[in-house]
Design a protein around this ligand. Sequence first.
Ligand code: NAD
Ligand code: MG
Length: 405
Amino acid sequence: MAHPDNLSPSVIPPQGPIGISILGATGSIGQQALEVVAAHPGRFRVVALTAQSNCERLIAQALRYRPELVVIGDTGAYPALKAALAGTSIQVLAGAEGLEVAAAWPTADRVLTAVVGAAGLKPTVAAIAAGKTLCLANKETLVVAGAYIRRLAQRHGVTILPVDSEHSALFQALVGEAPASVHKLILTASGGPFRGYTRAQLAEVTVAAALKHPNWVMGAKITIDSASLLNKGLEVIEARWLFDVPAERIEVIIHPQSIVHSLVEFTDGSLKAQLGTPDMRLPIQYALAYPERLGNDFPRFRFSDHPSLTFEPADGSVFRALDLAFAALGAGGNRPCVFNAAGEVANAAFRAGRLPFLGMYHALEHALATVPQGPEDELEALVAADAETRALTEAFVARQPQPVS
Ligand code: NAD
Ligand code: MG
């Protein structure tokens, strides 16, 4: 599906500006995507923008980029948005269904899914059903319903271009290579702010410390998931569905400098890696413009800034989320969906001070041990498993002693 030499012909961009719909425009990825658009006048045309609740930022973006449609998830913010855009030709919608309208917007050639969490599932399905080329940042969707999304994309002849830096690196390394010559996918992880910590040390960490990522500035949810390595677990599952490589041939290695974004090992023992500064605008730009490589004046990698690049094993026995993700992927069925839903609830609970850091791992273990197994590619069953896991994990969190702050 995402093999660069085997893509749907519809991925060829139009001669004129590429019409782009951005779901989650006010977030970290969404804002950086708009920077990419601004850096290439005439190459892109923003046709739709959505946000959940940040009305002020959405208004500013709409006035600057003049899309045809804006959508605010929070219906309470609709009057303010509508009033601010009165006198323009911009259409305004509110609510979750509006996101699906933006995903299938007629003038969109590409849809960037940059919403956070399983909320990305329905709009992703809508974009695929409308035949849009997907620029996928919202990894949770592939974790919840990877088999289903893969099949749906194949049926509609839709190409999924990865935005996640590791998957963009893998995609770039795969150019010109036959799928049969791929031996292994090796995803790099920075290790986050707690790299090298013992379990006892992890038990004591604070939310503030977990929110300080050493290399990347990102949304709060993914920053916490990076500290726990749950994010890397999600990425392993994402890679499985994007590149059709089984879990046994996906590996994770810690690379604290975040310069080597990932590697492919081929059957002859050769390795191909993609390197660059830790700047999400690069993979975003690559996906938005693919197969064209656009120039830019973003800061460049210099060897003198990085005299040594280091690598060390990832310890999934301490950073449990990683081992649990591999186990969920290996077990198949709805296990990755359960893993994701429990992870989302646990992440929010940790950020709210309702769960200690290691409690996130306990919540995952509890959900995976409790929610029954189910099919991997029936959307309704997955949505039900997601809801059941959230309710059960909320109850689990409520039973925990409150962390001492
Ligand atoms: P963020 O929290 O900064 O932004 C999320 C965006 O989604 C916002 O525009 C918000 O309004 C919208 N949103 C939030 N909840 C929503 C809901 N329930 N329904 C609809 N819209 C909603 O998040 P981010 O860091 O930009 O991450 C977005 C996605 O990209 C995530 O899936 C993340 O894993 C992935 N990703 C992010 C980075 C990064 O550097 N930030 C890197 C790789 C992958
Ligand atoms: Mg990543």
